[in-house]
Design a protein around this ligand. Structure first.
Ligand code: ATP
Length: 215
């Protein structure tokens, strides 16, 4: 049994919204993780650069998590140069002496996992962490043949293995459907439609104060 468990929930968080927070909180509670780190993808490798700078997206994330103290805002990808590759984040955690024997769980929505094979050194990710795949409202749970073939040897339905082993398992976990996306929030902000129900209050206040996403 590993002594400590760390969930890693990565995202562009452009901006952070209640869909991210709901899914991360449910995984944390259901798997009884010791920590859940929300890792901001500062320079996302697979999309065009977000219009709001990483430093400002991180401010929005920090503001949001003041209301959710069991989730930690993690700026480790802001501290590195170049594209924000998840494999580098996971390797860095593993290299910290304190976390050599921790269970590390990378949490991904099914739609994010569907492009997994295009990620930098994707085969190494399972050597550093377990992968928890969550459902996402509005997206199919079907992963495609090559991903299904890939996950088969790693898949487990026994959540206790995620604590017994430090890495190397894939677990599918349905979460409550919250049909929110950052794309929809950005669209609404540009057209002056309401978004208050989709965001933590502190995040909405900062977006409003700075006029983010409206130009
Ligand atoms: P965008 O619309 O800009 O693509 P997004 O809302 O999909 O953004 P990301 O930062 O790209 O957010 O997603 C980070 C992670 O959060 C991914 O693993 C994604 O599957 C998950 N996620 C995003 N929105 C939801 C939601 N409403 N419910 C559950 N998971 C979500």
């Amino acid at each position: 049994m590993s002594s400590h468990s760390i969930g890693i929930y990565g995202g562009t968080f452009n901006p952070i919204h209640l869909g991210h927070i709901g899914a991360a909180s449910e995984v944390r509670d259901y798997l009884q993780l010791d920590e859940l780190r929300m890792v901001l993808s500062a320079t996302p490798p697979h999309r065009k650069p977000p219009e709001v700078l990483a430093e400002n997206r991180f401010l929005l994330l920090q503001a949001a998590l003041q209301q959710y103290p069991r989730l930690i805002a993690d700026d480790c990808e802001l501290q590195r140069q170049g594209p924000s590759y998840m494999v580098d984040t996971l390797r860095a955690i593993r290299q910290q002496g304190a976390h050599r024997d921790s269970s590390v769980l990378l949490i991904l929505g099914a739609e994010a996992f569907s492009s997994f094979m295009s990620w930098q050194h994707w085969q190494d990710i399972i050597k550093c962490a377990h992968i928890v795949i969550t459902t996402r409202a509005g997206f199919s749970d079907q992963l495609g043949d090559s991903l299904n073939d890939y996950i088969e040897p790693y898949i487990t339905t026994d959540k206790s293995q995620l604590k017994q082993l430090t890495h190397g398992k894939i677990y599918q976990l349905p979460v409550s459907a919250i049909d929110i996306s950052a794309t929809e929030i950005r669209r609404r902000l540009k057209t002056n439609e309401p978004v208050e129900q989709m965001l933590p209050e502190n995040t909405w206040a900062l977006i409003h104060q700075h006029g983010f996403y409206t130009r």
